[in-house]
Structures are given as C-alpha cells and as structure tokens.
Design a protein around this ligand. Structure first.
Ligand code: ATP
Ligand SMILES: O=C(O)[C@@H](O)C(=O)CO
Length: 431
C-alpha cells in the first residue's frame, strides 16, 4: 500500500497530545486539531505526515461518541489519509456503555476491517498488558488510583471482559508475538509488557489499515510501516526543517498551571509545587457560582502579580480543584456526578478564557477533560507539537485559533503522567 498519511482519532485532548508527541518522536510532522476542522484551509495540513483529531468523546454517551468519531473518520478520509488509528487511554478508561468498543466497532465497520488489535500498553509510563489484564506500575488496574476516577472509575483489570461488554464483535486475547488465528471478525487485546512486545505487535499490524491503542504502539506502528525516522529521513533531506517546525523558543513567559485532575500523580505534583509557589485550591462544594469562583481566582492571580510590572519575571501560580477521593465523592453526592464535573470544568474554562488578557502566554493543564474545557474556552483549533516535558506530554503551540493571533503555548498533561516535579519540569522546558 502506498502510505501517504496517518490519521488519528483521539478520545480526549491530553491523550491526543500524548499521541502526537509519540508520532513526532518517530520522526513525523504532525498537526493536531481540536474537534473536526471546519476551515480546512486555515490549518497548515499540506506538510503533515499525520493528522490527529482530538475529540472529547471518552465520557459522553456512546451514541454521540460514535457519531463524532465517524465524522472525524470522514474528515480524515477527505484529507487523503489511508491508515487510521483510534487512540484511547493507556488505562482503557471507559464508561459502563463504552466508548472504546462502540467507537472501534463503528470505525472497523466503516473501513470494512475484520481483524482489529487493541494495544493500550505504554511501558514507559508503567502501563502493561499481560494475559489480557492491564497493570499500572505493576498493580492491577482495578487496584490502582483509577478505581477512584471521578468520571470513569476502572474496577476491572480484565480487558477482554471489559471489551466484551462494549462490543458487538468477538473478543480474544493475543499473547506477545502470537499471530491471530481465530476466525474474523475479532477484536484482540494484545499483550505487551515492554517496548519489544510493542514492536512485535506493530510488526504484526503493519499491513493493517486500522489499529487502536495507547500512544506507544502508534509510534512503533509508524516505524514498522517504514514511515518513522528510518524511512522518512532516508527519503527526505528536510528533516532539520521538520525539527524547526515542531519547536519554538520562549524563555521567561508568564505561566499559569490549571489542575482539574484528581489523580494520585497530579495531587502529588500539586503538593510539590505548593512547597515553593502560590497555589489556589478551588472548593467544589456548591457555595459559589462559576462566575464568583472565576472572578476570585483571577483576582488572586492579579494580587500575586500586582507588584511586578514586567510579565516576564512574574511568578507562575497554580489553581487546582484536585482533591482526595473522599472530597470528590462528597462533591459528587452534593452536586450530582455529572454536575460536579461540569461545574469544575466550567470554572477552569472561564479562568483560562481570562488569562491571555493578563499577559499569560503559557498554560499547563492537568487532566484530559480539564484540558478539553480549557482548549475549547480559548477557541484553539489546531496546534503544532513542541518539546517533550515528560513521556507523552509535549509543549504545544497554537497553529490556529478562532479568536487570537498571539501564539499561546500549552502543556496538556494526562492526569497520571509525569513525575512529582512535573510542573517545574514544564516551566523549565522551552515551549
Ligand atoms: N474536586 C472535584 N470534585 C468533583 N469533580 C472534580 C473535582 N476536581 C475535578 N473534578 C472533575 O473530575 C474530572 C477529572 O477529569 P480529567 O480528565 O480532567 O482528569 P484525569 O481523568 O485525571 O486526567 P486524564 O483523563 O488525562 O487521565 C473533570 O471532569 C473535573 O472537572
Ligand atoms: O494514554 C494515556 O494514558 C493518556 O494519553 C490519556 O489518554 C490520559 O487521558
């Protein structure tokens, strides 16, 4: 097959930047869009080897997730894509009704694909799959912090069992390096406990038109097709231009961190940052409206910056709603499950909307849903991928926005990614 372009559909925004950074690592030029691009001409797709469409479809109704994903597929087909990747979380985040199974079924049907691999494993970030069971840093998924997730708690580690409840197709387990043998159409949960297993899975899938998984397999799939560094660099002499395209420099810009993730990793990162920097904790307890909470947060930022007229040397601050499982449970009980999340996302959206007017040009966001709310509030429609801060978390810079022509840099961090000093690492990395 003549491979011209890889097209990816990601079910959340941080997952999409994670995927984009892995494709950049493989040597591809990547354009990442938020939502399905309406104005094709405004976004510089022409030189892209891969287009990543970021959806916010992980926790919505399965029917809507399928509809949006199929619309993204049609867009990618119209953009000349002939290999497709569906990116979901390396912890297989799902609601009771999906959405991994229904979306994968629908795309496989549309592309007339029988054999489909599911490969969430991301060993570099501690997520491995063995005998069809998912482990997070060696701990079964259902015993990890994911059991307390505010939107999609993961209470089963057996991915074959989970996918069977979501999909219309047969689901089987594939040991590392084993070729599929069951009659099609079948979905295979593919074991991978290290990067070598991922390479073997990618080799088996290199002729597949459609693959699903976390970001790590995507990189090896691209390489197995001969499109990675080895293939592309051999056939191009413009790789230096690719690198220059993908990064821009930006020391000393005013930065704000917004953390809506309640994951163990993010809470530890907030605690570490709070040892030396100002942190505002938002209380999701129904005592304030979105407008009141937003206005107080912006005033709090302004107070911290009021003594310093030079935006370049103003201190970065952090605003978070990150809370313990008990506090999150109390908020959900008090406001309603969806309502608590929607309220918190609305506050982060409103705060983010205000920040550029205060000279902020770098925003670090922790949490996929939170990132979705922030990107949408800023009307950002496409980004270019910059330097990687931690595995799966790059800086990205606006390539297209409905409202602003001033480039804004963002780091969209998946809840559980990054070490305890991630926020410092982000601030110290050129965006
Ligand atoms: N204190 C809180 N009480 C209730 N809900 C909260 C609270 N803080 C955040 N939330 C909500 O919890 C959800 C957290 O999801 P989000 O995707 O942002 O983080 P995450 O799941 O840890 O990250 P990722 O999806 O990247 O793994 C959001 O909808 C957010 O609004
Ligand atoms: O795969 C992952 O873990 C992340 O990219 C993600 O999707 C978290 O939301």
């Amino acid at each position: 097959m003549n491979v011209e372009r890889i097209g990816c559909i990601a079910d959340d925004y941080t997952g999409a930047t994670d995927l984009s950074s892995m494709l950049v690592r493989a040597g591809l030029r990547v354009v990442q869009c938020f939502g399905i691009p309406e104005d094709y001409d405004a976004i510089q797709f022409a030189d892209a080897d891969a287009i990543v469409v970021s959806l916010k479809s992980r926790s919505i109704a399965a029917k809507d997730a399928v509809e949006e994903s199929l619309a993204a597929l049609r867009f990618l087909q119209s953009a000349g894509v002939n290999r497709f990747f569906f990116k979901y979380c390396s912890t297989f985040d799902s609601t009771a009704a999906g959405n991994i199974g229904p979306v994968a079924d629908a795309i496989a049907d549309a592309l007339d694909v029988d054999t489909l691999f599911f490969c969430p494993s991301f060993p570099e970030n501690g997520r491995t799959v063995y005998c069809g069971h998912l482990f997070v840093n060696g701990m079964p998924l259902h015993e990890s912090g994911m059991r307390n997730h505010p939107l999609n708690p993961m209470t089963d580690s057996n991915l074959v069992r989970i996918l069977k409840t979501q999909s219309q197709r047969d689901v089987a387990w594939l040991a590392s390096g084993q070729a599929p043998s069951t009659p099609s159409p079948t979905h295979y949960i593919v074991d991978a406990i290290n990067d070598n297993d991922l390479r073997k899975a990618a080799e088996l899938a290199k002729s597949h038109v459609f693959l699903t998984g976390g970001s790590a397999i995507a990189r090896y799939w691209v390489e197995a097709m001969g499109l990675g560094n080895a293939g592309l660099q051999a056939s191009r002499d413009d790789t230096k231009a690719v690198d220059a395209d993908q990064t821009s420099t930006s020391p000393g810009r005013l930065s704000v961190i917004l953390a809506g993730s309640c994951s163990d990793a993010t809470r530890a990162q907030v605690a570490e940052f709070e040892r030396s920097h100002p942190v505002l904790h938002l209380n999701v307890d129904g005592s304030q409206t979105v407008e009141q909470m937003t206005s107080e947060a912006i005033q709090w930022c302004a107070q911290h910056w009021s003594n310093n007229a030079d935006t370049h040397t103003r201190q970065p601050v952090l605003i978070c709603s990150s809370a313990s499982p008990a506090s999150v449970a109390a908020a959900r009980q008090q406001l309603g499950e969806r309502e608590a999340a929607e309220f918190t996302e609305a506050v982060f959206a409103a705060i983010a909307h205000e920040l550029p007017q205060h000279g902020v040009t770098r925003i670090v966001v922790a949490g996929g849903e939170t990132s979705g709310a922030v990107i949408n509030a800023l009307n950002i429609t496409a980004v270019r991928i910059g330097n990687e801060i931690a595995p799966g978390v790059p800086w990205v810079t606006t390539a297209s926005s409905h409202t602003s022509s001033t480039p804004l840099s963002l780091a969209l961090k998946s809840g559980n990614f990054g070490g305890p000093r991630f926020f410092f690492d982000a601030l110290e990395t050129q965006s």
